[in-house]
Design a protein around this ligand. Structure first.
Ligand SMILES: [Mn+2]
Length: 268
């Protein structure tokens, strides 16, 4: 399937936007995030940078049979084209169904952990006016709550933030939403409170425990700005960051391709 046609450059009107967002939500309610494919294209934080996303779609070109495109969350907030980015992500999910995974980031706000900045609401009000902008945000917020948090791929896991630092049990890992969306790796052992003020920094021993519990070889995650990608815990944790521009200082964006258990990065 040619994916370049899925880029939506026109934000459209209110009813058009919410139709996409509501339809996406209904589709998510039926979906699962345990997916096996031959090849995975993984896209990290977008934060409203539709220009880079469009280049990524152009580089991928076509999604073949047995291939999956997966987003690691953080679609809105900060960037210039947040509404267009959301429409593109919704369009991708609607057209590709189970071949597209749209994970939740910390900017797809949990009711008890609203990120800062969370300016998508203001962008919607700017675009659609006070009443309809608020309504559009409310629809978006309901869709946030249906986004999957963890993807189990072929011998790897994907989340936006990172591993929870306690309660090492597979059956309850999904309960630890704040940590899955907010945690970051650090080059140490054990854990400590995150400088973000929410979540924790997790050490290599924690990655080792979760990976062996889940039968995964590595974790791929987003959340931290870097020069396209970065490696932690001697290759147990990969970070991919798929946008450039303010307010971050990275000069390169990247996406990941995972095939036969190997991860490679392509720069934009
Ligand atoms: Mn994030």
């Amino acid at each position: 399937m040619k994916i370049t046609d899925l880029i939506v450059e026109d934000a459209g009107n209110y009813s058009d936007f919410v139709t996409y967002i509501i339809r996406m939500r209904h589709m998510l309610k039926k979906g699962k995030s345990n997916v096996h494919a031959k090849k995975y294209y993984i896209i990290g934080d977008v934060h409203g940078d539709i220009k880079t996303l469009s280049k990524i779609y152009g580089k991928i070109g076509e999604i073949g049979k047995n291939e999956i495109i997966a987003f690691l969350g953080d679609y809105g907030d900060r960037g210039e084209y947040q509404i267009e980015t959301w429409k593109t992500v919704a369009m991708t999910k609607l057209v590709m169904g189970e071949m597209a995974v749209t994970l939740r980031g910390n900017h797809e706000a949990l009711p008890n952990a609203i990120p800062y900045p969370h300016d998508i609401r203001y962008r919607l009000v700017e675009k659609f006016g006070e009443t309809y902008g608020d309504k559009a945000y409310n629809e978006l917020f309901l869709t946030f709550q249906e986004l999957p948090v963890i993807m189990f791929g072929d011998k790897f896991m994907a989340v936006h933030g990172g591993f929870p630092v306690r309660d090492f049990r597979i059956d309850t890992i999904g309960d630890n939403m704040v940590e899955l969306l907010w945690n970051d790796p650090f080059e140490s052992q054990g854990y400590e409170p995150s400088p973000r003020g929410v979540g924790y920094l997790f050490g290599k021993d924690i990655s080792e425990k979760w990976l062996s519990l889940t039968g995964s070889h590595f974790l791929i995650r987003g959340h931290e700005p870097c020069e396209g990608f970065m490696v932690n815990h001697d290759g147990l944790v990969y970070t991919v960051f798929s946008r450039t521009g303010k307010p971050y200082f990275n000069t390169k964006a990247a996406f990941a391709i995972i095939e036969n258990g190997n991860v490679n990065f392509e720069f934009i």
